[in-house]
Design a protein around this ligand. Sequence first.
Ligand code: PHE
Length: 349
Amino acid sequence: LQTHLLAAIAAAAGLDALEAVRVEALGKQGRVTALLKTLGALSPEERQARGPAIHQLRETVTAAIAARKAVLEQVALDAQLASEALDMTLPVDLPAGGTVHPVSQVMDELAEIFADLGFAVATGPEIEDDWHNFGALNIPDTHPARAMQDTFYVAQAEGAETAPLVLRTHTSPVQIRTMVEVARRQNGAGAPIRIIAPGRVYRSDWDATHTPMFHQVEGLVIDKGITLGHLKWTLETFLKAFFERDDVVLRLRPSYFPFTEPSAEVDVGFSVEKGKRVVGGDQGWMEVLGSGMVHPRVIANCGLDPDEWQGFAFGCGIDRLAMLKYGIDDLRPMFEADSRWLHHYGFAA
Ligand code: PHE
């Protein structure tokens, strides 16, 4: 019997099988238990003769089961540890990190460049009233910029008495808000003012170089004795710093804006490198911004005395600047949040 039981214990492949052997040997109906029970019916002499061997059998089997159990438990523990192991040396997939959008990067650069020139950053609402976006800027009711195909009008309640609201079509209303505020605060004493106003603007337009929402930066300087020379120096300094080249040349072309007089469209010289236009040199010209001396009527509209205060203003497309600086051909993907595009131009982490 002992040989049979020890062989069964050694053969038990798992804890369940071992428990079955234990029940077979030592359980209430077990074979060793049955032998022990027979001792009670024997005479003392017989008991002395057979007892020690039966007790010895029980101890041997009990010890063998305990030893086997310890082995099987260790095996089970090792298996569990192996299955739960973490390899701390495996490379980790980091979640994709966000980066600053190219347009926001350019806005930050602009703020830094102009801060060095003493300009503060001003802001205004994207939903503007007709007066700030057009009227105060000397844009007559008949001006084509007001036509429905360009301007997004904000729906207003039937019979509303308030002036029409628009999505601002340019950042120039921030000129008005800034001058009005300064004139109000200083009782008409006004200037000096040196601000840039970067932000979103809206026009109903859609092609490779126009999106219905785009970005402009407005510049405004109001002081005494300001001339076109100040304007040109400021723009030249700004564009050289922005494009990080000293060979940036400007061309001021006479133009017309209702809110500046005289007005000038500013072209920047470009050259062709690796088949792409880059700013710098003078192989050709491309337009980058509109500018001019602030119209005396605009200054007066804001409550300042135009005989005392003069200045210049300019407005520049930020997205266009970003396209030129980073060699981007199509404006539309700039606002489509496709991470492949961001990776392609090196804007993603
Ligand atoms: N607001 C003009 C535009 O959007 C640009 C501009 C700003 C021109 C300031 C002159 C002075 O086209």
